[in-house]
Write a protein that binds this ligand. Structure first.
Ligand code: 13P
Length: 251
């Protein structure tokens, strides 16, 4: 059985003060479920305060991005080692907003994935098709090429560090989530690809998350699908009570 992941991606939201309040609010509710892994990805500036406030709780910390080199003269970048140093267990890589607004390519994402693994971070590798791709029946082709590009020459010894997030671009921040059947279809396709490339035994533990306009009321039907092993939540994760409900409805 794959242990579900419920992850909140705060994107470019939350100040140090509001991040601290969020943690207080969520930890102030009844104990958090211990049957799912709970991850939160604050902006870099709020990592320290969230780390301090979640100490001793079940919440894990993720970075939202990192640079493609281990260290050096790269003004403005944050390295994998820095994320680890800041208390992160995970890093989100390949998010469609990075692909769209920062021109990140599969090749760049592949480099980041390898560095993150080498430095001991776990990865949430995001991919997904645009509306145009879906309307033109290219969803599987696009997802396959993102998988092949992002995971080129991936060291199978690191597979336990890998989680994948299927985030259809048309569903992100739009209020239009993929139906459970649409999401399951792509998750099944991703699982079959992983089995083909890495073998069914080695890839059996890889968790595949769905992301895109997840809300408390849509989380349980999505999680009921066989190949949906977790949720990557954007907007609804900013409200501690919504995120708490999503965790509870997802067990
Ligand atoms: P929304 O939940 O706001 O659609 O964002 C999803 C997402 O991009 C998570 O990484």
């Amino acid at each position: 059985m794959r242990r579900p992941i419920i992850a909140g991606n705060w994107k470019m939201n939350m100040l140090i003060s509001t991040a601290a309040e969020w943690v207080e609010e969520i930890l102030g509710k009844s104990p958090l479920s211990d049957s799912v892994d709970i991850i939160v990805a604050p902006p870099f500036t709020a990592l320290a305060v969230v780390r301090e406030r979640i100490e001793g709780s079940r919440i894990l910390l993720a970075g939202q991005n990192m640079g493609p080199e281990a260290e050096g003269a790269r003004t403005g970048e944050v390295s994998a080692a820095m994320l680890k140093d800041a208390g992160c267990n995970y890093v989100i890589l390949g998010h469609s907003e990075r692909r769209q607004f920062f021109a990140e390519t599969d090749e760049l994402i592949n480099r980041k994935i390898k560095i993150a693994c080498d430095q001991g971070l776990n990865i949430i590798f995001c991919l997904g098709e645009s509306l145009d791709d879906r309307d033109n029946d290219r969803t599987h082709d696009v997802v396959e090429s993102q998988l092949a590009g992002g995971l080129a020459d991936f060291d199978t010894g690191q597979l336990d560090r890998l989680a994948i997030a299927y985030e259809p671009v048309w569903a992100i921040g739009t209020g239009l989530n993929a139906s459970p059947e649409q999401a399951q279809d792509v998750h099944r396709f991703i699982r079959a690809w992983l089995e083909k490339i890495f073998g069914s035994e080695r890839s059996a533990g890889i968790r595949i998350l769905y992301g895109g306009s997840v809300k408390p009321e849509t989380s349980a039907p999505l999680m009921a699908e066989q190949d949906i092993d977790g949720l990557l939540v954007g907007g609804a994760s900013l409200k501690s009570d919504y995120f708490y409900d999503i965790i509870n409805f997802s067990q």
